[in-house]
Design a protein around this ligand. Structure first.
Ligand code: PGA
Ligand code: ZN
Length: 436
């Protein structure tokens, strides 16, 4: 049983406060820290911030911590629920205590920190690794584990950097590697090569990093970014074996009158959904792109459905779905996309995120696990992606400790499975169907 739950205010990778929870049981003390987005959608659960301008520009989370220490923690302990068996009931209890539809009363950040720490306590009580425990929660068959393809965001734009680029993320995906460790090596080599190319072309100052560890050179057109990636992949010797993913995060440049690709430049460049769709089609024709996330805004169902009719790549819903099972159901019914982005803090509990993933799987979709642009060194999502056999995840560039923490944990897991002689394979080119 749980003996104590304590929350403290700590920092995320942008220097903004976040919630840390230490949960103590007879098996040890288990810590979790929650991440935070920049290009957040309107359908996400609400992270509670103090709004007191005298501290951290209003971004403090002392109220959320108080809600853990005074309400959620005591009630969860009092319930006697055992995280090893009853993680879902613990989550349900917290959802009831909050009482709102979007966790705005006690805070999704407060609730999620307990949920993640409780999962770790549950794994320890069962004397299994977190990924094994989460596989059990997700009822994934565990006769074979699948290591994910790491989609690494090596060029940052949108709300994650200060360059003119409207599109937020350009990712490299080593689908041709033989193992996760080799995939990480290829990406790291390509990243280092890309740095040289960026420096030669745009100068030393252009090698500064965006929020997710990618470079942010002064480019504006997506073709400039994709040309850089293609050149880096070839020069690093991985042509044909590393594919590309893009997340324009188009909600962040959606305005009343359309999609403004000039939103960071002061010079409007507005496209309607059909024109934007045409731009995507040209990019998909020209470059080795295998994944496209949030090509349209969070309410642009028609544009999504129309594009999905003839889309040959993985079409991922992020702001569109917000890891919310009801949004997933609506999207399935509308044929709006074919993959769900999974961010635990969009919904605010571990078991609700898993339920949304299962809903996506049962529609024949894939699931893509994601970090947030504001992260911590908490590596929970590494275990989650293995536990749910999602076949791919994104955790930024192979740089910055909070990004690398996840990739390093995944290399630990791959080693651990091999040492224990548990069957494990690298998802590779079949990353979309790893679960099925
Ligand atoms: P965010 O970006 O964490 O800033 O929301 C990530 C994404 O859009 O996928
Ligand atoms: Zn996204």
């Amino acid at each position: 049983a749980i003996q104590s739950i304590r929350a403290s205010q700590r920092l995320d990778s942008r220097g903004k406060p976040t919630v840390q929870v230490d949960l103590k049981s007879s098996h040890g003390t288990f810590r979790a820290l929650v991440p935070s987005g920049a290009s957040k959608g309107d359908y996400e659960a609400v992270e509670l911030r103090d709004g007191d301008p005298s501290a951290f520009q209003g971004n403090g989370v002392t109220k959320a911590c108080d809600n853990v220490n005074r309400i959620l923690g005591p009630k969860v302990i009092e319930s006697g629920l055992d995280p090893a068996r009853d993680l879902k009931k613990i989550d349900e209890l917290m959802i009831r205590l909050d009482g709102s539809a979007d966790k705005s009363k006690l805070g999704a950040n407060a609730i999620l920190a307990i949920s993640m720490a409780a999962a770790r306590a549950g794994a320890a009580a069962q004397a299994v690794e977190l990924y094994e425990f989460l596989a059990g929660e997700g009822a994934s068959p565990v006769n074979e584990y699948v290591m994910p393809v790491p989609f690494m965001n090596v060029l940052n734009g949108g709300d994650h950097s200060g360059n003119p680029m409207a599109f937020q993320e350009f990712m490299i995906a080593p689908t041709g590697a033989a193992s996760f460790a080799e995939a990480v090596q290829w990406n790291a080599e390509t990243y280092a090569t890309l740095k040289g190319i960026v420096q030669d072309k745009y100068g030393m100052a252009a090698t500064g990093l965006g929020d997710e560890g990618g470079f942010a050179p002064p480019i504006g057109h997506p073709e400039e970014a994709l040309d850089l990636l293609v050149a880096a992949i070839a020069k690093a010797g991985h042509e044909g074996k590393i594919k590309i993913g893009i997340d324009p995060a188009s909600q962040s440049f959606f305005q009343k009158d359309g999609y403004n690709l000039g939103f960071k430049t002061g010079k409007p460049n507005i496209l309607d959904a059909a024109e934007l769709g045409e731009l995507y089609r040209q990019l998909l024709d020209k470059y080795p792109i295998v994944l496209l996330e949030d090509p349209f805004g969070q309410d642009d169902w028609d544009a999504f459905s129309k594009f999905n009719e003839s889309c040959g790549v993985e079409l991922v819903g992020d702001d569109l779905l917000a890891t919310n099972i009801n949004r997933v159901k609506e999207a399935v019914q509308k044929h709006a996309c074919n993959s769900m982005l999974l961010k635990v803090n969009q919904i605010g509990t571990v078991t609700e995120a898993i339920a949304a993933a299962q809903e996506a799987y049962s529609a024949g979709w894939s699931v893509f696990v994601s970090h947030r642009s504001g992260e911590t060194t908490d590596d929970f999502i590494a275990d989650l992606t293995v536990g749910l056999r999602t076949g791919h995840l994104k955790s930024g560039a192979p740089a910055r400790g909070e990004r690398v923490a996840k990739y390093n944990r995944l290399m630990d897991i791959e080693d651990d499975l091999q040492l224990r002689k548990v069957s494990v394979r690298y998802a590779g080119a079949s990353f979309r169907s790893a679960h099925h």
